[in-house]
Write a protein that binds this ligand. Structure first.
Ligand code: ATP
Ligand code: MG
Length: 440
């Protein structure tokens, strides 16, 4: 069936790292995670904390979430808890809810054996796993995981760690190690390539040269991932507080242009406006996250796709003698449509992207009551922040315009009136000028 290289299922054996030989303790798990583990083991199931929470704890980081695995099936898990819901299509998982905290509990996953009678694991012709829902034992579950530091299982009863792929080695050497053959594992699931980039930045680890070369060679396979899956992955990548470094890592590995094909060919020069706008936006986003401010994926997509949209609009004006307004509208539709074929950005974010873009030209038309109306527009703040970024990148008139809006917001009523008056005929403002004038 699969024309790509395949390998025999990996057989892994656990090394037991005794509690005295590592730093993780039961109290590092949230009380609810402890409760879930205890309930499952009280029902005579095996249960472990696994993945990110063990890895992050051993690296001295604060775990973001706590994943539990067990040999109980989803139905058996459900029978143990009143507050349990089964979710997921690709993988069936149980969510145990305690107020705002959700503990994700998964059943051990088995090998994708081509001979398996029920053949629940399927591969495409690229070697990519399409469905993967066979239950297994802990050894098989470990072999299905991506990187060695993600296959460490914390036993809450003994506080020992079962380490199936020498994850401890990766943690001490700060090097990302794939479980099994990197090329096969990246082909099976190309999302692992962006996970490698994410972990290398988040965990401050290196991607060995050989793995980097394999990623560069297989980056194009990311295009086969269902767009709906990529939205969450890309948000985790770029909107988790390490955006600038992760962007640079994705660039080095040739992955960014696969995620954002409209930028292909525009990011070679770090001094170029496209590169500058993206890194400035990610820098702001990282700072906002560090200071606990809210961020929205709409700002990310509006920024990343802005220059491709502008360029397309210019081309439409040139080709079809369209008005700037019509050309921008058409270009906006095209660029967003193409992007959502790769990353399924939900409408609740693409609508604000459109609004932020439309507001860019409205911000330059500052006559009469318009500036006052714009201040009350629900998307004004985002559009203004975006204008500031553009001003920092392009300077000149755009920077003056952004500064004008900064002052206008801070000014009292008299000063505001004076500011509009002072623009006189130079505000790009006369109604007659409006119709065919190019923006900015
Ligand atoms: P974080 O939660 O900090 O992003 P994580 O390692 O917990 O990191 P999750 O996406 O929560 O990442 O996945 C939980 C675990 O599931 C991982 O530790 C890994 O063992 C496994 N896993 C997730 N995605 C994949 C994948 N694409 N291929 C193989 N294993 C995966
Ligand atoms: Mg996790």
């Amino acid at each position: 069936m699969a024309s790509s290289p395949t390998e025999k299922p990996l057989r892994l054996e656990a090394s037991i790292i005794k509690r005295d030989d590592h730093s993780m303790r039961l109290s590092d798990l949230t009380p609810n995670t402890q409760k879930v583990l205890r309930t499952l083991t009280d029902h005579d199931y095996e249960a472990y904390a696994v993945g990110g929470c063990v890895r992050d704890r051993l690296l001295g980081l604060t775990p973001k979430d706590f994943d539990v695995v067990t040999n109980a099936t989803p139905e058996q898990i459900k029978a143990c808890f009143r507050n349990c819901r089964l979710i997921g299509r690709r993988f069936r998982l149980a969510h145990i809810t305690f107020g705002r905290e959700i503990i994700e509990v998964a059943t051990f996953r088995g090998h994708h054996d081509e001979d398996a009678k029920d053949n629940l694991a399927k591969q495409s012709s690229d070697g990519q796993l399409i469905r993967d829902n066979i239950f297994g034992n802990i050894e098989e579950d470990a072999a299905r995981r991506d990187f060695s530091f993600n296959a460490m299982y914390f036993d809450a009863r003994t506080e020992n760690i079962l380490d199936f792929a020498d994850g401890m080695h990766a943690i001490t050497t700060r090097s990302i190690e794939m479980i099994g053959d990197s090329e096969i594992r990246f082909r099976e699931d190309p999302v692992r390539m962006i996970r490698a980039a994410r972990f290398s930045v988040k965990l401050n680890m290196i991607i060995p040269d050989k793995m980097q070369a394999i990623i560069k060679e297989h980056a194009h396979l990311l295009a086969n991932i269902p767009p709906a899956r990529l939205f969450e992955e890309v948000s985790k990548l770029l909107l988790s507080g390490n955006g600038v470094l992760t962007f640079k890592c994705l660039q080095d590995l040739g992955l960014f242009k696969i995620l954002f094909p409209a930028l292909e060919g525009s990011l070679h020069d770090p001094k170029g406006k496209e590169y500058q706008l993206i890194t400035k936006m990610l820098h702001n986003t990282d700072e906002r996250l560090a200071s606990g401010q809210r961020i929205t994926p709409a700002f990310l997509y509006a920024t990343v796709l802005w220059y491709p949209m502008e360029e397309r609009a210019q081309q439409l004006i040139f080709d079809g003698q369209l008005s700037p307004h019509d050309a921008s509208n058409i270009a906006t539709g095209e660029i967003i449509h193409r992007q959502v074929q790769r990353i399924m950005v939900p409408k609740r974010f693409t609508i604000p992207v459109r609004e932020m873009w439309t507001l860019q030209s409205r911000l330059s038309r500052r006559f009469g009551k318009r500036p006052y109306q714009l201040l009350t527009h629900p998307r004004f703040r985002a559009a203004y922040d975006f204008l500031l970024l553009r001003g920092q990148v392009e300077g000149g008139n755009l920077l003056e315009l952004a500064d004008w809006w900064t002052q206008f917001q801070e000014a009292d009523a008299d000063l505001r009136a004076a500011m509009i008056k002072a623009l006189g005929g130079n505000s790009g403002s006369s109604r007659r000028k409006k119709s065919r004038k190019p923006r900015q």
